[in-house]
Structures are given as C-alpha cells and as structure tokens.
Write a protein that binds this ligand. Structure first.
Ligand code: PEP
Length: 250
C-alpha cells in the first residue's frame, strides 16, 4: 500500500511574514490532528532557511522547486543539490511545466536533474504532462510517455522506488480546470505500466501524484483512484485551510 503524499508547490510566492503565518497554521492543525499521509512544501530557494527552522521537528517535509544539473562552480543563479541538502530538503521538483515552457527545459535536462537529485539522496518529484493542443491531437500518451522515458533511461532500475512522479496536465495548472478522476487515472495507469517495464516490483512503490487545480472540492474523488497516490498542489497550497482540507482528503 503506497502512503499518499500531498506536496505544496508555492512557485514564486511568499514572504517572510506570509510563510510564517501559513506554516504556523499548518503546523498547529497537524500537531493537533496528525496526518495520515506524507506532507511537504516546496518553497522558493531564498526561504529554505526560514522554512527549515519553522518546520523543524514537524511532520511537514521541506522541498525545493528546481535544482542544477551541476555539482558546483561557475553557474550563476543556479542552486546545487548540496545546498538543498544543507537546508534539510527531502524533495525537489524537477521538470515542472512552467520550467519546461518558460525556461526551455528539455526532457534530457529534466532527466539529468533527476539523476543529480538521486545522487545527492534527494527525492525528485518528476513532473510530466501534456498541453491542451497535444491532448486534443490525441498525443497525451506519446508526450507524457516520452517525458517519463527520458527520466527512466537516465536512472538505474534499483533507484526507481526513490522517485516520485507527478502527472500535471498543463491545461489544468492554475486554470481551475481539472482532469476528471477517470481521465487522470487513465494516464496514471499508463505511467505505472511504463514504470513496471523498468522495475516491476519498484513500480508498485512509486507514488504518482496528480497536479492541476486540485482543491478541497475535487481532492477526495481524485485521490480515490487506484493509481493516484497524492497531489502536487499549487494555488491551494498557499491557503492553510485549503491545503489542510486536501491533506485530510488524502
Ligand atoms: C502546480 O503548479 O504544480 C499546480 C498543480 O498548480 P495548481 O494547483 O495551481 O493548478
């Protein structure tokens, strides 16, 4: 049985004051009621130190939103896996569709970032997803399959259980449009099949999250599907009451 994971992706949002308020509310509720799933927040890099200290000794794990493929050196603006580890990051998102679209990240680069995260002992949350045009052209399986395939080609079969996959249809991110549970399940099942071809045993352990306008109103139905093992949450992760409701639904 896979333990569900609910991970917030704060994107380029937050401030010292807002982060304190948000995490204080989340911590106090989880301290009181506990959580029956794993919980993480992936925060902007400048807030890692603040969030590390706010989350110390709590059930909420810390994550980052991106990482360099390089270990160290003359790569202005980049953040290394070693730096993330120093701030007790457990997770790092790689290949978010916003990075693929706005920063031209290729499947190969995302694969390299995944491999680099694994070397450092971080858990990569590997994002895949199709655009609306690709879905309408019937290319969903081919696009998402190729994105995952690039990652699978760059990691050892013995490392498969160490990754998390997030299926995030691009047309559902930040738009209020959500894939129906059946639509999402169909893609998740396809991804699981692909994982099985790499390592049949480990594939059953890999958590495949759904992301794309998940909110309290639709979380329960989505999370009830057999291959949906949690959520990657954007907008709703910025409101404690919504994020907590999704955690409860999981
Ligand atoms: C995301 O950016 O990963 C995401 C799922 O965003 P939202 O929940 O706002 O659609």
């Amino acid at each position: 049985m896979r333990r569900k994971l609910v991970a917030g992706n704060w994107k380029m949002n937050g401030s010292l004051a807002a982060n304190t308020q948000l995490l204080t509310e989340i911590k106090s509720e989880l301290g009181r009621a506990g959580a029956s799933c794993d919980v993480a927040v992936c925060v902007p890099a400048p807030y890692l130190a603040q969030c590390q200290s706010l989350l110390f000794n709590t059930p909420v794990a810390l994550g980052a939103q991106d990482v360099s493929t390089h270990e160290a050196g003359a790569y202005t603006g980049e953040v290394s896996t070693g730096m993330l580890s120093e701030f007790a990051c457990r997770y790092v998102i790689v290949g978010h569709s916003e990075r693929r679209a706005y920063f031209a990240e290729s499947d190969e680069l995302v694969a390299q970032k995944t491999a680099r995260a694994l070397i450092a002992g971080l858990t990569p949350i590997v994002c895949v997803g199709e655009t609306l045009a690709q879905r309408e052209a019937g290319q969903t399986d081919a696009v998402v399959g190729a994105q995952l395939n690039a990652v699978l080609s760059s990691i050892a079969a013995s490392d498969l259980a160490k990754i998390v996959v997030a299926y995030e249809p691009v047309w559902a991110i930040g738009t209020g449009k959500t894939a129906t549970p059946e639509m999402a399940q169909e893609v998740h099942a396809m991804l699981r099949k692909q994982l099985r071809a790499k390592n049949a045993v480990a594939a059953e352990e890999v958590r495949i999250l759904y992301g794309g306008s998940m909110k309290p109103e639709n979380a329960k139905e989505l999370l009830a599907m057999s291959d949906i093992d949690g959520g990657l949450i954007g907008g709703a992760a910025l409101k404690a009451v919504d994020f907590l409701a999704i955690i409860r639904a999981a």
